[in-house]
Design a protein around this ligand. Structure first.
Ligand code: COA
Ligand code: ZN
Length: 336
C-alpha cells in the first residue's frame, strides 16, 4: 500500500472530534499527590502547578483542603495556593470536602470549589464518613458559602461508573445527583468520576448522551482512571458522545486512598498526545507538559506510569542503526 492511498481524507472526515476544542484539566497535584506516601516539598508543588499553567492547561486542581489528619501529604494546601503564579485564563480549582475546607479555600482565593461526594453509599461512607444525604446537606452549606463569596462551584461525583464495593451504580442514581447539584445547588458544573477505572466506552457514551440530553449547557467533566487500561478509549468515546472536558493527571499518577484497588488517573500527556494526533485543539504545549512530567519521579521516589515519558512522542524519531549504510548496500547488491 502506498502512503497516499491511506491519507486521502483529512482527520475531520474520519472523526467527529477533529478540530474541536477540548479542555484539559490537570489533577496531578491533588488526585496524583494524595495517592503518594512521600510529602513533596511545598516549593516543588508550586513549581509543578506553575509548569502546568505554562503548558496551557485550561484548569488546574491545585490541592485539596481536606483534613491534614486524613491526607497529610496535602497539609500545605494554603501555602501552595499562596505561592503559585496565576496565569490569566487558567482556572485554579481546589477539592473541598466540608465547611472547614471551604473556609480555607475561600481564604486562599481559589477560583472554583470542587465539592465531592459519591454516587455509592459504601464509598461515600468510606471516603467521607457520612451518608450521601448527610454529604449533600454539607455540600449545600458549602455551595451557599461559595456563592456568597462569588466563587464558582463544581461537584465531583465519585463512583459514577461503578463502585468497587457495590458494583454498578444505576444511571438514574447518577443523573439524579447531577440534577440536585445543578438545579438545587446552582453548581456550574459536574464531574463524573470513574474512581477505580470501572468505566467502559459504550457505558461512557450512554451516560454522556443521557447527561447532555438533560443539561445541554452545563459544564460536564469526565474523570477517568486507567486502572483497567480503558482510560484513553473512554476519553475518545466521551468526545464522540459530545464531551469536551477531561481531568487527567501529570505522569498518570493518582488514586483515591479510600477506594479499594484505585490506581492512577488517565495520564495528561498521553491524552494530549493522542488528541493532538487526532486533530483536537487542546491548547496544550506538549513539549512543556512532558518536561513537567519528567520532574515527577525524583519528587515522588518512583517512576510514573506515563508511556509518553518512557517512549516520547510518535514522531520523536530514532537514529538508524550505525551500520545502516552497509545494510542498504548489501540489500541493493542482491538486486544487481
Ligand atoms: N481542613 C482542615 N482540617 C479539617 C478539615 C478540613 N477540611 N476537616 C476536618 N478537619 C479536622 C477537624 O478540625 C478535626 O480536627 P481536630 O481533631 O484537631 O479537632 C478533625 O479534622 C476531624 O474533624 P471531623 O469534622 O470529625 O472530620 P472527620 O474525621 O469526620 O473527617 C473528612 C471528614 C472527610 C473531612 C476527612 O476524613 C477528610 O478530609 N478526608 C479526606 C477525603 C479525601 O480527600 N479523599 C480523597 C479525595 S476524593
Ligand atoms: Zn480520581
Amino acid at each position: 500500500m502506498t502512503a497516499s492511498s491511506s491519507s486521502s481524507s483529512s482527520p475531520s472526515d474520519v472523526w467527529t472530534g477533529a478540530g474541536r476544542r477540548i479542555f484539559m484539566q490537570d489533577v496531578g497535584t491533588r488526585d496524583g499527590l494524595q495517592a503518594e506516601t512521600t510529602f513533596v516539598p511545598t516549593a516543588d508543588k508550586i513549581a509543578l502547578v506553575d509548569a502546568l499553567s505554562d503548558a496551557g492547561l485550561a484548569k488546574v486542581e491545585v490541592t485539596a483542603f481536606v483534613s491534614p489528619k486524613a491526607i497529610s501529604v496535602l497539609a500545605d494546601a494554603s501555602e501552595v495556593m499562596a505561592g503559585i503564579t496565576r496565569k490569566p485564563g487558567v482556572i485554579y480549582t481546589v477539592l473541598v470536602p466540608n465547611v472547614r475546607g471551604a473556609e480555607r479555600a475561600i481564604e486562599a482565593r481559589a477560583d472554583e470549589l470542587n465539592l465531592v461526594m459519591s454516587a455509592s453509599e459504601s464509598h461515600n461512607l468510606s471516603n467521607l464518613r457520612m451518608t450521601r444525604e448527610q454529604s449533600f446537606a454539607g455540600l449545600a452549606e458549602v455551595a451557599a458559602m461559595a456563592h456568597q463569596a462569588g466563587i464558582a462551584v463544581n461537584v465531583s461525583l465519585s463512583c459514577s461508573f461503578g463502585c468497587p464495593m457495590e458494583g454498578d451504580v444505576p444511571f438514574e442514581t447518577v443523573l439524579g445527583w447531577c440534577g440536585h447539584f445543578l438545579e438545587d445547588l446552582g453548581a456550574r458544573g459536574v464531574t463524573l468520576c470513574d474512581t477505580t477505572g470501572m468505566a467502559y466506552p459504550t457505558q461512557v457514551v450512554a451516560l454522556v448522551r443521557a447527561f447532555r440530553a438533560r443539561w445541554p449547557e452545563a459544564q460536564l467533566t469526565l474523570h477517568f482512571h486507567n486502572t483497567r487500561g480503558m482510560g484513553l478509549a473512554n476519553v475518545i468515546a466521551a468526545i464522540d458522545a459530545g464531551a469536551d472536558r477531561f481531568d487527567a493527571s501529570l505522569g498518570g499518577i493518582g488514586g483515591c486512598p479510600y477506594a479499594p484497588g484505585a490506581t492512577g488517573n488517565v495520564c495528561t500527556e498521553e491524552i494530549v498526545h493522542a488528541l493532538q494526533c487526532m486533530g483536537c485543539d487542546t491548547g496544550v504545549d506538549l513539549e512543556r507538559l512532558i518536561a513537567a512530567a519528567r520532574r515527577l519521579p525524583p519528587l515522588i521516589g518512583h517512576a510514573v506510569p506515563s508511556q509518553i515519558v518512557s517512549a516520547g512522542r510518535r514522531l520523536d524519531l530514532h537514529p538508524r542503526p550505525r551500520d545502516f549504510d552497509a545494510i542498504r548496500e548489501r540489500a541493493l547488491a542482491r538486486d544487481a
